[in-house]
Design a binder for this molecule. Structure first.
Ligand SMILES: Cc1cc2nc3c(=O)[nH]c(=O)nc-3n(C[C@H](O)[C@H](O)[C@H](O)COP(=O)(O)OP(=O)(O)OC[C@H]3O[C@@H](n4cnc5c(N)ncnc54)[C@H](O)[C@@H]3O)c2cc1C
Length: 374
């Protein structure tokens, strides 16, 4: 039976798509969002599948979780294809992602990584310089090879977010701005916000960095942490860069939007001002990030950066959190693991299915919030 009314806490990519799925099924849906620090409005639109070298370097203890999640990433990019077809276009291009090597040590790292990924069903191959020339002639001369992951791609988050919001509005989803401070569960869920109190039959927690604090009273300690990150975008240029580009050892992602502009990011830090304020740009990240981009793709050195910004990513234990809380199935968790924009639509579908009596237990078991039980 479909719950009568559903409250969704958090209106990023996960909250929006969960709302669409539940409203489509006939539920009355209200989304309450704090109106600040959504990763979904700050992100770069990379559709990641291969393990990011940055993540492996910074969070080595979480690598087993991300490696075990590789099949989820494969499905997540397919979910984006469905979103693109049904609600788009969202400027989705899926020509693969390149992770670049500048020396033999980096190439050996990629070779080993590719073998591990292939075992999980990821389409990866190692390209030498000659093979790279054929598909990415815009790369700098010092790049000796790369790992190509054919499953990867990109979308334009500005377009996707706008379209999805319009779909949700069209389905009658109500969007409210408030920050929920406390949740209680009896016969109904009650959510006390800074300005109002909300009641619903069930609630979906799609609050990214805000998740751990919201459900701490329900016997789980979810280690959701805000991670302030830096981004840049250039003016448009005539080069045609179809691939998502990363590096085997250094933090970078770059890709080109349909407009010709190049979006550069990949995990450079921003100034943390806490979760109630938006992080600010660190000039050292700006310089380091764009000069690395210009080294890898020399044409970028001739372009002007037209905007930089900082946004709040969320880290946990490297895996998503999906499904009902052990303490109450009235609270369903919907929090993507690393590269959460990639995973967002799939996590939303899996969470919505839990409320629609169609839970895909074989998939979500691994991501259950029960792993954080106190
Ligand atoms: C700069 C940057 C670049 C990124 N690039 C990429 C990328 O290229 N590819 C990729 O896959 N991922 C990327 N990410 C990660 C990705 O953006 C996020 O993981 C993803 O958007 C998370 O979506 P979400 O819907 O779970 O949460 P969010 O979009 O973060 O939304 C959560 C919402 O919950 C609200 N909230 C929190 N607590 C409460 C509360 N108590 N009450 C009410 N509301 C609350 C917040 O205000 C927020 O609006 C990037 C992140 C950043 C910051």
């Amino acid at each position: 039976m479909i719950p009568n009314d559903i409250l969704i806490v958090g209106g990023g990519i996960v909250g929006q798509i969960t709302a669409i799925k539940l409203a489509n099924a006939g539920a009355k849906v209200t989304v309450v969002d704090a109106g600040i620090n959504a990763g979904s409005t700050a992100n770069a639109g990379s559709l990641h599948v291969q393990m990011q070298s940055r993540f492996m370097r910074i969070y080595p203890d979480q690598v087993p979780n991300i490696e075990a999640s590789l099949p989820l990433y494969l499905r997540a990019v397919e979910e984006w294809e469905r979103i693109d077809a049904k609600y788009g276009p969202v400027e989705m291009i899926r020509k693969g992602g390149l992770m670049l090597a500048e020396d033999q040590k980096q190439l050996s790292f990629l070779e080993k990584k590719a073998k591990r990924e292939a075992k999980k069903g990821v389409s990866v191959e190692i390209l030498d310089r000659h093979a790279l020339e054929q598909i990415a002639p815009w790369l700098g001369p010092h790049i000796i090879g790369a790992e190509l992951c054919l499953n990867e791609g990109k979308v334009n988050p500005l377009v996707a977010n706008r379209r999805l919001r319009a779909v949700a509005d069209g389905l009658g989803v109500q969007f409210l701005q408030d920050r929920i401070q406390n949740l209680t569960v009896g016969k109904r869920v009650e959510a006390i916000g800074q300005t109002d109190t909300y009641q619903a039959d069930r609630a979906v927690i799609a609050a990214a960095w805000g998740t751990g604090a919201l459900v701490g009273n329900f016997g789980v300690t979810i280690p959701s942490v805000g991670e302030p990150l830096h981004m840049n975008i250039t003016e448009a240029c005539s080069a045609r860069i179809d691939h998502l580009v990363q590096h085997a050892e250094r933090s970078i992602t770059l890709k080109q939007f349909k407009s010709g502009q190049i979006v550069i990011g990949g995990g450079w830090s921003a100034n943390d001002r806490g979760l109630s304020q938006v992080p600010t740009v660190d000039p050292l990240s700006l310089l380091g990030n764009v000069s690395l981009a210009a080294q890898l793709v020399p044409t970028i050195g001739n372009l002007r950066i037209i905007r930089t910004w900082a946004g709040m990513n969320t880290t946990m234990d490297g895996a998503s959190v999906i499904g009902p809380l052990p303490a109450s199935d009235r609270l369903v968790m919907a929090v993507p693991g690393d590269a959460g924009y990639t995973l967002g639509p799939l996590v939303a579908r899996l969470a919505a299915n839990c409320l629609l009596g169609k839970a895909d237990h074989s998939v979500i078991e691994r991501y259950s919030p029960a792993r954080f039980a106190n």
